[in-house]
Design a binder for this molecule. Sequence first.
Ligand code: KG4
Ligand code: ZN
Length: 356
Amino acid sequence: MSSYFTQTEAAFAAFNQDPNALLLGIESSCDETAAAVLRGGREVLSMAVHTQIPIHRLYGGVVPEIASRSHTERITAVVDEALQKAGVTVDDIGAVAVTCAPGLIGALLVGVSFAKGLAYAKKLPLIGVNHIEGHIAANYLTYPDLEPPFMCLVASGGHSHIVLVHDYDEFELIGRTRDDAAGEAFDKVARALGLPYPGGPEVEKLAREGDPRAYPLHTPFNSDLSVFDFSFSGIKTAVVNLMHNAAQKGEEINRADIAASFQHSVVETLTMKSVRAALDRGMDTLALAGGVSANMALRTRLEKECRKAGIRFCRPDMRYCTDNAAMIACQGYYRMQKGERSDLDLNPSAGSFLSK
Ligand code: KG4
Ligand code: ZN
């Protein structure tokens, strides 16, 4: 235990007892540098995000080294912007929450090092937050009354899981992708279709003009509702093969139909399996989280199936779907309320699921 940890003991207790205490959140796990100020656990006073998408688009995907350097350049300005937008200074902040896993290690190191420096200098309590838990917490920001337990479908660029959220700090893995994450599959199919990075929103846009039943891309494994795991790599390969075969035969292929059929297959799999998982475990609420939760086809389909099944459907406001620091601060708040905090040896890790 460091002297910092002892010195911040009183500040930690004071933070947990004050419902109006301000929390600074920091996120730098991938290609967004983000900061946010929260009052209590759920009131977002400000958000600031610098996206690196235009930089990485030149390379067709995230270049880790470039991401780290961009975070380093921007993080101070992004934190300043969040403080300014909230109308506060760093002296008003009561604690710091930062993403510490999973993500690109060099990118995570920038946010974690910055947060540790700030916590040390200002003698503020610090909490390291798991990024996936943060995505789930985006729902608390959207629904003030939402509390665990509930079932959650997490679909992001790096992860796709069905998770039973027993408590703010207790998670049970119910199902997961056996290979590609949903967002990753969207990005790869986008590349095959000649669409820019990130592919999810681009595929969604193109799919609006296509016929979702033009190409049957369902697999027996994904249609089997007795298993909560799923797999997207086969569908992605089927799309790539369709494109290659058409090219070899010199045939015109309808790209919108492909986009729509692919999206339909992913949406059906995620919807049917997560609703069944919720019912199986007696949950009356199903929440959606992660970057893919911005997909309107998925939101609409889940809403309809949940209504049919008689369960509540929650999904984050659009601004909390993709990477942001408000969701990280929110999850950090609840972990601190459980008595948890980090010391200055907080060290990010690239890969982990729902644990640090
Ligand atoms: O959660 P996120 O911002 O980053 C990770 O934690 O991975 O998710 C990014 C992923 C990308 O793969 C992106 O293509 C996907 O979310 N995505 C979408 C949509 N918006 C973002 N996928 C489908 N439809 C969308 N509208
Ligand atoms: Zn994310």
